[in-house]
Design a protein. Structure first.
Length: 107
């Protein structure tokens, strides 16, 4: 039974050079981290004027993070699925294969 929720995957070049998927993954990771840090800043801001400025930045970062995620999902680079007990093992094997492919490109 396939419990995946995804779109057809847009293929990107493999190898040591960064591709569009790599850049989007990095961007999404940074946007998530920025959003978390801005949430902390909001809770620790005592000045109302500064709070409003931070809130506007937080909203913009949150919107950008969501758009980035939605684009990655649309391109098939982000999948949703019901977690299975073997999920971690399968993901580990997939990442190990990608690592070995990159290692082969270097050597």
């Amino acid at each position: 039974m396939n419990n995946k929720i995804n779109n057809p995957k847009k293929e990107v070049p493999k190898g040591i050079n960064l591709n569009d998927q790599d850049y989007m993954t990095i961007l999404l990771s940074h946007l998530k981290e920025l959003e978390k840090n801005m949430a902390v800043a909001l809770t620790e801001t005592s000045n109302e004027t500064l709070y409003k400025k931070y809130k506007k930045m937080f909203d913009n970062i949150s919107d950008a993070q969501r758009k980035c995620y939605e684009l990655m999902f649309y391109l098939g680079w982000y999948n949703l699925e019901e977690a299975k007990n073997t999920k971690v093992e399968n993901l580990y094997n997939e990442l190990e294969t990608q690592y070995n492919d990159l290692k082969d490109d270097i050597c």
